[in-house]
Design a protein around this ligand. Structure first.
Ligand code: ATP
Ligand code: MG
Length: 1045
């Protein structure tokens, strides 16, 4: 409410359209009054006028952003945020590309305004990691571009010395995706020259003040501005501007944008080169031919530059002091005079810097550009150098003012001329409002045949003597009677004397005032030529970035075509810009500078009045007052608001215009607020539109609720019906199931009852025919018959007598299974007894031996399993057949138990020797196989015990009693091929003879007593297959390792 009141406050209306009475005076007074209340923004309809306060105001806080977010333009106090919000919402919700045109003279606050718009859009668009990164990159492009493209001028401490048009691109939701920056003509002459009280580009001061000692050393710079000629040898510290801090901010911004450290270094190196070029001094000398030449006065700076850019100092010196001239087909090297040398040097510095700036913009674009393919909406923000009038205006001012002239033209065309033309076109009754159309000035400058720029190009390209005098003479001749052009000559022709207009100058009556341009330097700046030797030298440098800035220096690609002139390039880029702006919905911010001294809150009425006049604000207000704030084609209008009337909602059958009329009739809007054109509806005041929008929002909310309501109802109904159907189905199934179960139960019960009843009946009938114990007798009889049948069947069906056969017929009845099991056992035992009885004594002895072997070794030694299949033959040597063994036969006589060939392990070294082993009922004999002579005869009673391993080897340790005669030599280690049989037989024989069992140890480790002391024998099973005989290794005197497999 408060803000609406502020719009209507009679002393300081927020919208100048409401001014009463309307005069220049009242308009100025209102602006002043508002300014004194720190209300720096004022509207003319939807155009925002901003008066620079030159002091920070507390009106850009996050709370303010919130206040203006999604507000209605006319419902809140005038603010730049309101226009930003309006543009953003229109872009997001109505899908219309927008452009924000910020105009005003230098220092009026355009750059600040553009930053405010950008930051507002960033603040209100949605958040998220990706989106925030994009926003940050877009915002951070400002400090970088300002460092390289802004400078202090007399009018503005942070004056943009380049034009910038930034397209911010959004997705369909209104989230920023990225952007594109276009830059326009950097004022590069500032690199080599600036007037007293101004500064060169900020970056030089920032670098010298903020660069670390190490960085400056690397760049071969001194931290002292007064050392550098391009900085006018003066320290220039601006109040309120901290160059060192700004340098850090710029570096951080570069990192955020995505510059690599190497790119930053390269950029600063090239910047340093530009600064140092200014210190390259030339001195004059004379050649042998007597011609004047120039040379480097002091080689140090040149050498440092050469080192920085990776170029031979000689080559650089040659490029700076000489020039290659083509005479017919020959190239001749001519020396340059000192002024020519300085001209070349300065041209080089300017070219390096301006190309570096273009590179910088492109590099930023690479980071912020949007991937192709995505559909986007665009908001363009134009911040271009303001209109400039200096004491001495040159080519740059001419170009800058031309650009401003074009922007004014766009404003006039879109807000004044086009608007009025539209009323006529649409057949709306209209009294034309007079306004100044600046097309005549634009034409004066840009006409492709007789425009100033065209004639300047002609002079630049014309053969023969070309200088500014011929150029101005031509201008004077062509524009002798032009209303907006004057010079000393044209005035003289009209007999008017004007001492403020010197020779070699012309004056243009711009929309914003008269500006006198001095033509000196026009041709040179328009040509913008750089000696080919210099571009070739730069291309030859090893510095990649610098080299890339001079592609024309590549001698392989000689291009004889002259590049387009600066004026032509600028004209073309301005034309493209205009086309771009025309294609978008414009939003205007017109900045006003309240004083010339940058003083906070000082309002100089004369200065403001001049701006009010040339900005055409009065005409703007007049057209707005008599005109209509809003217009739209009938079709989209009806589409947007049709829900406000029952007649048009949801569908209108007639024409769009009739529909619109019916709709507005139902809404009962005052008739003077509306006008019906041929194709469009016109609404006079923004308030009516605001009201319409509000009603629409309410209605949309109602409709949304209605749709929700219907949908919810439908969904609930559908769900209920589904549930009901399911419930019926389930209960049907359940009832069916219950009935079936019940029926089965009943049937079962009925059958049971029937059976009992029938049984009872039958028993009652038959009872008289039977005695009382008939049941027991019968059952006993049946039982006996069954047992009998079972036994007889079994007798006929007995399994075979083989002991290994364990088969047995199953019991025919369950009650016989225990008896059947018992019979099976009895039968088996009987079968075994029969088997045993028919065995011979020898077979019996063998089986006994096998049984004994099983008791001794089963599950204890791996070799046992292999021995199962082998019959225990006892005699393996063939003593009786072989006459060689006669002696041994004699030893054994009738007492032989076992004879076989064994290996005896040598106790000293572990090697094995073959032996014949004879086991008799009394002795164990070891004999030499060759001589068949007994070598050792042991009484069985001398054997103390035996040890074997767990593995499948045949190693046997026989432990002898110490007291025995043989025992003196210690225990014996044997390797037997029939170990299981040997030990078993030894055990049995010992049992027979001494009635004592053989103490047998089965382990991997056992102790043996050898003549030289006790030896621990360790048996190790190796995975690898080796010889069948275990390998014994003596490990020291008390250890022996036996490897078996
Ligand atoms: N809204 C504002 N609030 C406070 N100070 C402002 C505001 N707008 C501008 N200024 C002050 O005015 C100075 C000049 O503004 P700015 O650089 O935006 O001018 P400009 O129109 O871009 O000029 P040029 O055409 O020379 O680039 C700023 O440095 C700032 O100090
Ligand atoms: Mg600016």
């Amino acid at each position: 409410m408060e803000s609406t009141a502020s719009l209507l406050d009679a002393a300081a209306v927020g919208d100048l359209v409401l001014l009463d009475p309307l005069s220049e005076e009242s308009l100025l007074r209102t602006l002043q009054e508002r300014f004194s209340r720190e209300d720096i923004y004022t509207y003319i309809g939807d155009v925002v006028i901003s008066v620079n306060p030159y002091k920070p105001l507390p009106i850009y806080t996050p709370e303010k952003v919130e206040e203006y977010h999604n507000c209605n333009f006319f419902a809140v106090k005038p603010h730049i945020y309101a226009i930003a919000d309006d543009a953003y919402c229109s872009l997001r919700d109505r899908d219309r590309d927008q452009c924000i045109l910020i105009t005003g003279e230098s220092g009026a606050g355009k750059t600040e305004a553009s930053k405010l718009v950008m930051s507002y859009v960033a603040a209100v668009s949605s958040k998220g990691e990706e989106v925030d990164k994009v926003k940050e990159q877009l915002l951070q492009s400002n400090p970088v571009l300002e460092a390289f493209g802004n400078a202090k001028t007399i009018r503005n401490d942070n004056s943009s010395r380049f034009g910038k048009y930034m397209d911010v691109e959004f997705d369909f939701k209104g989230d920023p995706l990225g952007g594109v920056i276009n830059n326009y003509l950097l004022e590069k002459s500032r690199i080599v020259r600036h007037v007293k009280g101004e500064r060169n580009f900020h970056i030089f001061y920032q670098l010298l003040a903020g660069g670390s000692a190490q960085l400056l050393q690397q760049l071969k710079l001194r931290p002292d501005c007064s050392h550098y000629s391009y900085l006018n040898h003066e320290k220039s510290v601006l109040p309120g501007m901290d160059d060192a801090a700004n340098f850090r901010t710029m570096q951080d911004a570069m990192a955020i944008i995505g510059f690599t450290p190497a790119e930053v270094t390269a950029l600063l190196e090239v910047t340093a080169v530009v600064l140092k070029l200014g210190n390259v001094e030339l001195s004059s000398c004379f050649q042998a031919s007597g011609m004047e030449a120039c040379s480097i006065a002091e080689p140090r700076e040149l050498q440092e530059i050469s080192q920085l850019i990776g170029l031979d100092p000689g080559a650089l010196e040659q490029a700076l002091c000489t020039r290659t001239v083509k005479v017919r087909d020959e190239s001749v090297l001519t020396a340059l005079s000192v002024p020519q040398g300085y001209y070349g040097r300065d041209a080089l510095a300017k070219n390096i810097y301006s190309r570096l700036f273009d590179w910088l913009v492109n590099r930023i674009n690479t980071s912020i550009q949007v991937k192709p393919g995505k559909k986007r909406k665009v908001m363009g923000v134009l911040d271009i150098y303001g209109f400039e009038i200096f004491q001495d205006n040159g080519f740059e001012q001419f170009i800058i003012n031309y650009c401003n002239e074009k922007l004014q033209q766009i404003f006039i065309l879109m807000t004044l001329k086009e608007e009025q033309e539209e009323y006529v076109r649409e057949g709306i009754p209209w009294t034309p409002v007079e306004f100044f159309d600046n097309s005549i000035i634009c034409d004066l400058i840009e006409n492709s045949k007789v425009g100033i720029l065209a004639m300047l190009d002609e002079e630049c390209l014309r053969p023969g003597t070309v200088n500014e005098d011929t150029f101005i003479a031509k201008l004077n001749q062509v524009f002798a009677s032009h209303k907006r052009y004057e010079s000393k000559e044209t005035l003289n022709a009209k007999h008017v004397t004007d001492i403020s207009l010197p020779l070699r100058c012309f004056r243009i009556h711009h929309y914003a005032g008269k500006v006198t341009y001095n033509v000196t330097g026009f041709i040179e700046k328009n040509n913008d030529l750089l000696f080919r030797d210099l571009s070739q030298a730069m291309w030859a440098a090893r510095h990649t970035l610098l080299r890339s800035l001079f592609p024309e220096g590549d001698p392989q690609r000689p291009s004889l075509k002259l590049p387009p002139t600066t004026g032509t390039q600028f004209k073309a880029s301005v034309a493209t810009l205009m086309k771009n702006l025309y294609s978008k919905n414009p939003n205007y911010i017109r900045c006003i500078k309240p004083n010339d001294t940058k003083t906070a809150m000082l309002f100089t009425p004369e200065l403001v009045l001049a701006q009010v006049r040339y900005l055409g604000l009065m005409e703007n207000v007049r057209v707005r007052r008599v005109g209509y704030a809003f217009r739209q084609l009938y079709q989209p209008f009806l589409e947007r608001y049709k829900m406000l009337s029952r007649r048009t909602w949801p569908r209108w059958a007639g024409s769009d215009r009739e529909g619109t009329e019916a709709l507005l009739e139902d809404l009962k809007l005052p008739p003077e607020e509306l006008a019906y054109g041929h194709t469009k509806i016109f609404i006079r005041s923004p308030r009516t539109l605001f009201d319409l929008e509000k009603r629409r929002q309410q209605r949309v909310a109602e409709l949304a609720t209605l749709i929700q309501k219907l949908f919810r109802g439908w969904r609930c109904r559908m769900q209920y019906q589904l549930m009901r159907k399911s419930q019926i189905l389930i209960s049907a199934w359940f009832r069916g199931h219950a009935q079936r179960t019940r029926y089965k139960q009943m049937k079962r019960s009925a059958l049971l009852l029937q059976a009992y009843a029938r049984g009872w009946k039958a028993r009652r009938i038959y009872r008289r025919y039977f005695r009382s114990d008939a049941r027991t007798r019968l059952s006993n009889f049946i039982y006996r018959r069954m047992v009998q049948k079972f036994l007889v069947g079994l007798q006929k069906n007995l399994p075979p007598m083989a002991v290994l056969d364990r088969t047995w017929p199953p019991a025919p009845y369950k009650f016989l299974s225990d008896a059947n099991q018992e019979l099976k056992g009895i039968f088996y035992r009987w079968k075994c007894k029969k088997y045993r009885e028919q065995l011979s004594p020898q077979q019996r002895a063998v089986l006994q031996a096998k049984l004994c072997a099983s008791e001794l070794f089963k599950d204890k030694k791996a070799l046992y399993a292999q021995s199962l299949q082998q019959p225990f033959r006892g005699e393996y040597l063939g003593l009786t057949q072989n006459p060689k063994y006669q002696k041994l036969q004699a030893v054994a006589k009738d007492k032989l138990v076992m004879a076989e060939a064994v290996q005896k392990v040598n106790r000293a070294n572990g090697k094995t020797v073959p032996r014949l082993l004879l086991l008799t009922t009394e002795h164990l004999v070891l004999a030499d196989p060759k001589a068949a002579q007994p070598k050792m005869v042991l009484s069985l009673s001398d054997i103390r015990g035996a040890s074997v391993s767990r593995f499948s080897d045949g190693l046997l340790a026989l432990h002898l009693k110490e007291t025995s005669t043989a025992g003196g030599k210690g225990d014996i280690l044997l390797v037997s091929p029939h170990l299981i049989e040997l030990v078993t037989r030894l055990h049995q024989t010992l049992m027979d003879v001494t009635a004592q069992a053989l103490p047998l140890s089965i382990a991997d480790q056992f102790s043996t007593r050898f003549p030289k002391g006790d030896v621990a024998v360790t048996v190790v099973e190796s995975a690898k297959g080796g010889s069948a005989v275990p390998v014994c290794k003596k490990r020291g005197s008390h250890k022996m390792e036996v490897l078996v497999h």
